[in-house]
Design a protein around this ligand. Structure first.
Ligand code: FPP
Length: 260
């Protein structure tokens, strides 16, 4: 199946358009339901400025806040941010503990704004292995926002795509053992239903900053037909206007879903 791009031809190149114009342009066309983001380049952003890496992560938090506001203004249904991967544990211990504290504090301090914007926070990832205080802080915000009906913000935290599939296969194996499903009756839908956020539609668009052409163990099952957009911008420099440009580019693409 092919779904034609719907973006109307624009007179002005996207790169030269300002935030408000871009917002109006993309809002007039069908939106992706779910945008996933690999936020990469905080460390390089800091190094380029002669700053410690922590300064890059702090700037990264600001960029994440701006993107949540922009996604809300746009009316997106779901945004997934890759905040901490299972591989990130191999960073130096002080960077890991600093990141944990920073992410927990960032989420906690955002609670009033998430409530005001009707944003629901959900966690995606394995909860075991995360320091208890950090886990409790983030889970509290997820709990407080659980009835919000606007944007759903999925925070991939201690997340690994292969781990998610291993966990799904364990769930399925248990169902087989319990006699609920026969091995030969297992379909793609069974696997999808066993994922961490089974009710969330697959991402339509995956954005990666800092120019790296890698998937980095992110949403491996869910991105089978996702459109990719890699920008050379480092995450702290990624703005609301950049998100709108990415969506405009997505709207101009033709999705084939394996067809012609
Ligand atoms: C990539 O930079 C970013 C991370 C490892 C994740 C941390 C993300 C933030 C602090 C942004 C805020 C997120 C939320 C959800 C509040 P890097 O260190 O890999 O950069 P490098 O590749 O240049 O070293």
């Amino acid at each position: 199946m092919a779904v034609r791009g719907t973006r109307a031809p624009v007179g002005e190149p996207l790169a030269e358009m300002r935030e408000a114009e871009l917002l109006a342009l993309v809002r007039a066309q069908p939106l992706p339901r779910h945008v996933a983001v690999i936020m990469d380049g905080n460390g390089r952003w800091a190094t380029q400025r002669g700053l410690p890496r922590v300064a890059g992560h702090r700037a990264g938090v600001k960029a994440a806040r701006a993107i949540v506001r922009a996604a809300d203004a746009l009316g997106l249904g779901y945004v997934t941010l890759y905040a901490f991967s299972t591989e990130n544990w191999s960073r130096p211990e002080n960077e890991v503990s600093m990141l944990m504290r920073l992410l927990e504090r960032a989420v906690r301090s955002e609670l009033p704004e998430l409530m005001a914007r009707n944003v629901r926070l959900r966690l995606l990832g394995r909860t075991n292995g995360v320091p208890a205080g950090v886990r409790r802080g983030i889970e509290r915000v997820a709990h407080e926002t659980r009835h919000n009906t606007g944007l759903t913000l999925l925070m991939a935290f201690n997340y690994g795509g292969r781990d998610e599939l291993v966990d799904a296969f364990r769930t399925l194996a248990a169902r087989v053992r319990a006699g609920e499903v026969a091995p030969e009756a297992i379909t793609e839908a069974h696997v999808s239903q066993a994922l961490y956020a089974a009710d969330v539609p697959d991402p339509d668009l995956l954005i990666r900053t800092s120019g790296e052409m890698r998937v980095s163990n992110f949403l491996l099952w869910q991105i089978a037909y996702t459109e990719f957009l890699v920008t050379p911008k480092l995450w702290p420099d990624f703005s609301a206007a950049d998100l709108y440009r990415a969506v405009a580019e997505f709207q101009g693409r033709t999705r084939r879903f394996g067809g012609v």
